[in-house]
Design a protein around this ligand. Structure first.
Ligand code: SF4
Length: 469
């Protein structure tokens, strides 16, 4: 009888082209996502006189540099940014890559668009020149971000050299409380294992609380695997996955669907398979979370206080905490729910899907935003769905801005940034120094928590707004 294998092992082994003596493996790549930062990859390909090997396995969509104020090139104020987006159109036209351009309703953040289209599927290997490619592991894909020279390598060969990572299983068992979302789960996981806790590993998220999440929730969890240092994050495909994918435009259809389904059902980790590391969290102990510092591991419960560096386990950590608190303008011991917020951003590949927008709308419905607040849907199709449900009206009546899709204030490459010193409640995935603009103080939260901050002007336990408590 064959050895029990993990989900990761099954996908890895079925994509090996060749193993090298130095420990590197050449892996076949099933999907290559491209965004508006891919111009350098195309330029290098041309400079080497090479052709794109499998344009049919690629999908391109601008997300970093496009404007969220409008969907035309003229809406992009910076000529360099406009040029990058234009170049994307030229490069994809010349090579035959499928493109969802800014005037296409299917355009959006690559990590939102690909699952939405059904291109991200269980068992595939998927790469993108972007750190948050792990998002796609939510449907049982092996997906990771690659560097720009690797992008060119994949363009030319449809393969990639990789060292085989170790495996880690993070189980979240039990039932999540009211008002506790996938974002709180992943922030709690990273707070527990640390920003370097997953280094060298692929994480499989498992346990009843993970199985109970929608695909949108699983995408949120896997999205932040890189913030725990992991190479990738995955969730085993199940009936929730199949129901999500069925009928999507780029998912298999007809007899191909039946064949795919039979394969997908063989992928979940076998009973008895060994992981290099296992961690278990109690779902019932997780409450709405937010970050206080400049690393995603600096996450605490909304019911907590700003931590005191004197409690740090060593001098290095103490100094890092002091530096973070200084940048963030926070005093140890301050109740987290007393901290005033200047601005709210609801969006990014972590939290800009329809379920995220519904959660935010539930909180702001019938209330008024007291600070500038943006809602940026992850794709044109998410935006259309939200409008069909009347969510845009809920946001607009509450005084929030309803923007066009893109990365926007997650990273501010398109000019959507905060001002120095501003404190932002953000549903994105990185709270690094300067991530949302020079001197901007980013606190990572769920969409519901961001919405609660929008209508109260400070961090607020969303459970108080939604349960009347
Ligand atoms: S939304 Fe943010 S994290 Fe996601 S792809 Fe865009 S810039 Fe990267």
């Amino acid at each position: 009888m064959s050895e029990p294998r993990t989900l990761f092992d099954k996908i890895w082994q079925s994509h090996v082209v060749v193993d090298r003596d130095d420990g590197y493996t050449l892996l076949y790549v099933d999907r290559h996502l491209m965004h508006d930062g891919s111009a350098a990859g195309f330029a290098r390909l041309r400079a080497k006189g090479l052709k794109l090997r499998r344009p049919d396995l690629a999908l391109a969509t601008p997300d970093h540099y496009n404007s969220t104020a409008g969907r035309t090139l003229a809406d992009i104020p910076d000529p360099q940014h406009r040029h990058l987006v234009e170049q994307m159109r030229e490069n994809t036209q010349q090579t035959g890559v499928r493109l969802f351009f800014i005037d296409d309703e299917r355009q959006g953040i690559a990590h939102v668009v690909s699952p939405e289209q059904g291109l991200t599927q269980p068992g595939v290997t998927l790469v993108c020149g972007d750190s948050h490619t792990a998002t796609h592991g939510a449907v049982g894909a092996l997906a990771f971000g690659i560097g720009s020279s690797e992008v060119t390598h994949v363009m030319a060969t449809q393969c990639l050299w990789q060292r085989k990572p170790k495996t880690m299983r993070v189980k979240v068992e039990g039932t999540l409380g009211a008002g506790v979302t996938a974002k709180d789960v992943i922030l709690a996981i990273i707070a527990r294992i640390g920003a370097a806790g997953g280094v060298g590993h692929v994480i499989e998220y498992a346990g009843s609380a993970i199985r109970g999440l929608s695909i949108e929730g699983r995408l949120t969890v896997c999205n932040m695997s890189i913030e725990a240092g992991a190479r990738a994050g995955m969730v085993a495909p199940d009936d929730t996955t199949y129901a999500y994918l069925h009928g999507r435009p780029l998912a298999p259809q007809g007899a191909a669907w039946d064949r795919a389904l039979a394969y997908w059902r063989s992928l979940p980790t076998d009973a008895g398979a060994q992981f290099d590391r296992e961690v278990t969290l109690d779902a019932a102990a997780i409450v709405p979370m937010l970050t206080w510092g400049t690393s995603p591991e600096d996450a605490v419960a909304i019911t907590d206080r700003v931590p005191d560096p004197s409690s740090a386990p060593d001098a290095a950590k103490r100094d890092a905490m002091k530096g973070s608190l200084e940048y963030m303008g926070l005093v140890p011991g301050t109740p987290m729910d007393s901290i005033a917020v200047d601005r709210v951003f609801i969006g990014s590949c972590t939290n800009s899907r329809i379920e995220d927008l519904r959660a935010a709308a539930t909180v702001v419905r019938g209330r008024k935003a007291v600070i500038p607040s943006w809602v940026v849907a992850g794709s044109g199709l998410v935006k259309r769905q939200a409008e069909a449900e009347g969510l845009d009206k809920v946001f607009l009546e509450a005084g929030l801005q309803w923007r066009e899709p893109g990365c926007s204030m997650c990273v501010g490459m398109n000019g959507d940034t905060g001002l120095p010193g501003q404190r932002i409640a953000s549903t994105s995935n990185r709270n690094f120094v300067g991530r949302q603009g020079r001197g901007v103080r980013t606190h990572l939260v769920s969409p519901a928590m961001a919405a609660a901050a929008a209508v109260t002007g400070r961090f607020t336990d969303v459970r108080r707004l939604t349960s009347g408590g």
